[in-house]
Ligand binder design. Sequence first.
Ligand code: AHG
Ligand code: MN
Ligand code: MN
Length: 333
Amino acid sequence: MKAAKTLGQFIIEKQTDFPYAKGELSRLLCDLGIAAKNVNREVNKAGLANIIGDAGSVNIQGEGQKKLDIYANEQFLAALQCGGECCILVSEENDDYIYIDSELSKNAKYIVAIDPLDGSSNIDVNVSVGTIFSIFRRKSVNGRATITDVLQKGVDQVAAGYIIYGSSTMLVYTTGKGVNGFTLDPSIGEFCLSHPDMKIPVDGNIYSINEGYYRHFPEGIKKYIKYCQEEDVKTQRPYTLRYTGSMVADLHRSLIKGGIFIYPISAQAPKGKLRLVYECNPMAFIVEQAGGEASNGYSRIMELAVEEMHQRSAIIIGSTNMVLKAEELLQKY
Ligand code: AHG
Ligand code: MN
Ligand code: MN
């Protein structure tokens, strides 16, 4: 039987896609893979390890932090500190960006933005959670990287990925040359290539949105929801609704089966809820690389200007034809 290719082997093999690569991005991706394994171990035994529940603190966006939010954040920070390839970490769980000040990282070229634990309200109830990451190259050449290095558009990402801690644990990433998925084999403790060259279907029949907030949505989004619910044999409507409360889980399903995920602006969240830098942009990069689309309803997510590192955005993302239809209705009404 042929042994499955590990994440480390795959990353090194793909380094030749970038003729001038010196292996730094490859090492950075491996560091993130190691942190993911540590987080996976804790997520798996959450009920046993006294690690479920609230930490009693609140992050910059006013959201209560879970113990695992903090643990995951610490694991990724520690992996980046040890690895030496990242100069700044931007995290959902930290008000300000963090300089990685170590002898090893003094020439580091990369900036990592991260949602260490996505869907954390699901931890206590054994529903899938995730991690999302985005990687940039610093623009400044000398001295310490600055806020200008941090506030780069999605189109400037050099890599992005997510980890889903689900019925199995997977790491999915792109460096702008397609999307590849790796499943953690717990018996050897390695992510192994299981989903090469992932492509999202152009059409789908699953929509994913928190319909509980229907009253507060823009008119065009209400019209799109009604469109999803209408009978039409040709387009396989009515569509099925699936919404877990973990964006990573909902988008992972959409990537594999086709579908659309929407988190619109609403009366309660006038700028949207999800964060542009470490939720929307990395997911947009992955979905576009898999052949799908990501927009805020009017513009491509990855071209939006980034003014603030915890900036929020509306997002409509997934199978191309579904996103185009939602955009059409949003813009019409
Ligand atoms: P996080 O746990 O990182 O704060 O993210 C939760 C996000 C996203 O994963 C999910 O799709 C959405 O918030 C759910 O929000 P609602 O409960 O408002 O639908
Ligand atoms: Mn999140
Ligand atoms: Mn989070």
